[in-house]
Design a binder for this molecule. Structure first.
Ligand code: DGL
Length: 267
């Protein structure tokens, strides 16, 4: 089992921000990634639909030899917080790892959280912080257009459309004097430089996807499930829509060209 892959999924390409960190901290692991690019966005859908899609994504990953599953999607993680989708394998979403890092980083005990409408509506991050860090104040903000902008490649630091939208979304949080901002959707780190520029240098940004990857390392280490492979691991990507579009945009999330096979799969 040790040398089975880590399964990672997202509604699209956002989960690659977790893969980027996995490649960095666990270079010998094989990774199987599923991006449901045909049905993105999940974040504007109902809880029932998100749960159904998430279960199908998990079922797809289970067709491969995997030792752990990462729901590298803030939206799925928010729904899965109340309806567990994996109980027989090591599993993590992005919420607990992200809040742990954020609560450790905040000095003012004031954290902003941005995510998809479904994530913010679920109150998942706020509820989790209230349970573990009741002294921390959380200021939430939904950013419905970010996923569309990012998936369509509007990610340049100087892009005037993305900047205008970001300034509008971030204005209420800026007023609240936070010192940490959780990028609660795994698509957002791709525009982290722009978000950071608007929030100012004193605000630390936390990438939910990267934190989930760090948590996965901890979890596999504790369970004695780290690969003993000595050569570099292999990444294999599956998407439910065009592989060309995926390969074109994935490099912005991975911050390098895609290494590994990319297949189209309809579940
Ligand atoms: N990457 C997903 C997340 O982290 C959101 C994208 C979507 O709306 O499907 O929430």
């Amino acid at each position: 089992m040790k040398n089975d892959a880590i399964g990672v999924f997202d509604s699209g390409m956002g989960g690659l921000t977790a893969v980027q960190e996995l490649n960095r901290i666990l270079p010998n692991e094989n990774i199987i990634y599923f991006g449901d690019t045909a049905r993105i966005p999940y974040g504007s859908r109902s809880r029932e639909t998100i749960l159904r899609y998430a279960k199908e994504d998990v079922a797809f990953l289970r067709r491969h030899k995997i030792k752990m599953i990462i729901a590298a999607c803030g939206t799925v993680s928010s729904v899965a917080a109340e309806h567990p989708i994996v109980t027989d394998l090591p599993f993590t979403g992005v919420i607990a790892p992200a809040i742990e890092a954020a609560c450790e980083a905040t000095r003012k005990k004031r954290i902003g959280i941005i995510g998809t409408p479904a994530t913010i509506r679920s109150g998942s991050y706020i509820k989790a912080i209230a349970q573990t860090h009741p002294d921390v104040m959380v200021i939430p903000q939904a950013c419905p257009l970010f996923v569309h902008l990012v998936e369509n490649g509007y990610t340049d630091f100087h892009n005037p459309v993305t900047r205008l939208v970001a300034e509008e979304y971030l204005a209420p949080i800026r007023k609240e004097n936070v010192d940490v901002l959780i990028l609660g959707c795994t698509h957002y780190p791709v525009i982290a430089d722009l978000i950071g520029d608007i929030m100012g240098p004193e605000v630390k940004l936390i990438s939910a996807g990267a934190e989930a990857a760090k948590y996965a390392k901890k979890c596999l280490t504790e369970q004695g499930l780290l690969s003993d492979r000595t050569e570099k691991g292999r990444n294999t990507y599956y998407v439910s829509d065009s592989t060309e579009m995926f390969e074109e945009n994935a490099r912005y999330f991975l911050q390098e060209e895609v290494h590994g096979d990319v297949f189209r799969s309809d579940f």
